[in-house]
Design a protein around this ligand. Structure first.
Ligand SMILES: C[S@@+](CC[C@H](N)C(=O)[O-])C[C@H]1O[C@@H](n2cnc3c(N)ncnc32)[C@H](O)[C@@H]1O
Length: 444
């Protein structure tokens, strides 16, 4: 792995586009509500690939992506307050920061100090990297970038044992604290803050450093996790290294009953007995949900050029809005990111590629919903969650309208189970009320 941060890969880039997009949605949602954001990167890496300082956020590693997205948010917030074009301050400062690596500028910082902004949350970023060389490089890259962005407003505190470094931005409009720890992820203990939401990114090389016992600490009512799950490795090493795989799944080491253990890991996924990476992932999700009470999980299959499964990206959350935000994020992913186009790659759900770029076919969504629910009565919210968790689609009410409006309707009854006196308009499914939909049987 000596060259990991020297040479970037297309699928690594794709993953980081997803991080960037989701972080942009997440950070804005939380900070705008005047809550604090906690971002944790359990396998941080160096923060940069190669030796260039590039403009595109996704060309950096996940820790710098976190920092850049947060800075971008605060800049946008300031722009909004000043009624400027959104993003102009960020772009100027970022580009100036990057330029400073190429040429020595003499004029002092472009940013203007203003009083502290009220009504906006603070950001705490925790980065965990156990390899001394990578830790050192990460620390330096962050100092260089922030130092160049702010010039004189970054303050650095180093803890006594030099196992962790705290970098604090002392600019009243950028309330950001970054802690970098040189420990292994399973040694890292999270801090909890009032009025905050936490997003943890876990991007290990393999599967043996993320025991469920520890990962589950990062999934709760106010905390989401995005984990790269090396399902192919797990599938392969199930028999060779059952101890590590058992820890990954939070299963006590099987006492001699290897077959039973393998069955639990591989067959736990409902409806699937196949020995394949996907069933390992589904099984993992089942185990995590059971242990954390996490209500929601979705996973994305990342495939390489030869259509091979590289890994599954799993998103655990306790709020349906989180799943919705992730799907919407992916749905708007076709913009050119420099010369990179996300549609060059495949992101799949249940074997079906996502229609990136708002290109979703709503008739296909309608067919998928009907296929799942024909002959049943279900809550509207369950239909929505099914779409977000188990299909490649973004939930759109228009698909329900298509099913109800046709000459041979497939939705035959829509009632508000709260018996509200308020009536819905025909072919609408309002957010108020507790709507139940009845789908006709397939051959009636
Ligand atoms: C796949 S890389 C992370 C890449 C990063 N997410 C990015 O976007 O650039 C994994 C990193 O985790 C580090 N690492 C490996 N085992 C670890 C452990 N047990 N705890 C913390 N970091 C670890 C490696 O040194 C490596 O830098």
């Amino acid at each position: 792995m000596a060259d990991f941060f020297n040479e970037d890969t297309p699928h690594g880039w794709l993953k980081r586009v997803i991080y960037k997009k989701y972080l942009q949605a997440y950070v804005a949602k939380i900070l705008n509500f005047n809550l604090n954001v906690v971002l944790i990167d359990g396998f941080a890496g160096e923060g940069r690939y190669g030796s260039e300082w590039r403009n595109e956020i996704e060309s950096y590693g996940s820790p710098l992506i976190m920092i850049m997205v947060v800075l971008q948010f605060y800049c946008n917030f300031i722009d909004r307050k000043n009624q400027q074009t959104i993003g102009s301050t960020w772009t100027n400062l970022h580009e100036t920061a990057i330029r400073r690596f190429m040429e020595e500028l003499t004029e002092e910082g472009e940013e203007v100090r203003r009083p502290e902004l009220v009504g906006i949350g603070k950001t705490y970023i925790y980065l965990v990297e156990n390899k001394p060389k990578n830790f050192k490089a990460l620390r330096r890259n962050i100092q260089l970038y922030l130092g160049s962005f702010f010039r004189s407003d970054v303050e650095l505190e180093t803890s006594e044992r030099d196992k962790s470094v705290v970098i604090q931005v002392r600019h009243p409009q950028f309330p950001i604290t970054i802690s970098i720890s040189r420990v292994t992820f399973d040694e890292f203990q999270r801090e909890r803050f009032h009025n905050s939401k936490t997003l943890t990114i876990l991007d290990p090389f393999g599967y043996s450093h993320t025991p469920m016992q520890h990962v589950q600490e990062f999934v709760d009512q106010t905390s989401e996790v995005l984990i790269s799950f090396m399902s192919g490795f797990v599938n392969r090493f199930c028999r060779k290294n059952p101890g590590s795989v058992a820890e990954l799944y939070g299963i006590d080491r099987p006492s001699g009953n290897l077959e039973e253990f393998l069955r639990i890991v591989r067959d736990n996924a409902k409806g699937s007995t196949a020995e394949n990476p996907k069933s390992c992932t589904k099984s993992y999700i089942e185990h995590m949900k059971r242990r954390t009470g996490s209500a929601y999980a979705q996973f994305y299959e990342m495939r390489g050029k030869r259509n091979n499964v590289i890994y599954h990206l799993i998103h655990f959350a306790n709020h349906d809005k989180a799943l919705e935000a992730m799907k919407e994020t992916l749905n708007t992913c076709t913009q050119y990111e420099g010369v990179f186009k996300m549609t060059d790659y495949k992101v799949l759900v249940e074997g079906i590629p996502l229609e990136l770029g708002n290109a979703q076919n709503e008739e296909e969504l309608a067919r998928t919903i009907f296929g799942e629910y024909c002959g049943k009565t279900v809550k509207l919210v369950d239909v929505k969650n099914f779409v977000f968790e188990h299909t490649p689609f973004v939930f759109r009410k228009n698909a329900l309208k298509l099913l109800e409006k046709q000459t041979d309707p497939k939705i035959i009854n829509v009632v508000d189970s709260r018996n509200s006196t308020e009536k819905r308009r025909k072919w609408t499914y309002p957010d108020w009320g507790d709507w139940k939909l009845t789908f006709r049987g397939s051959d009636t």
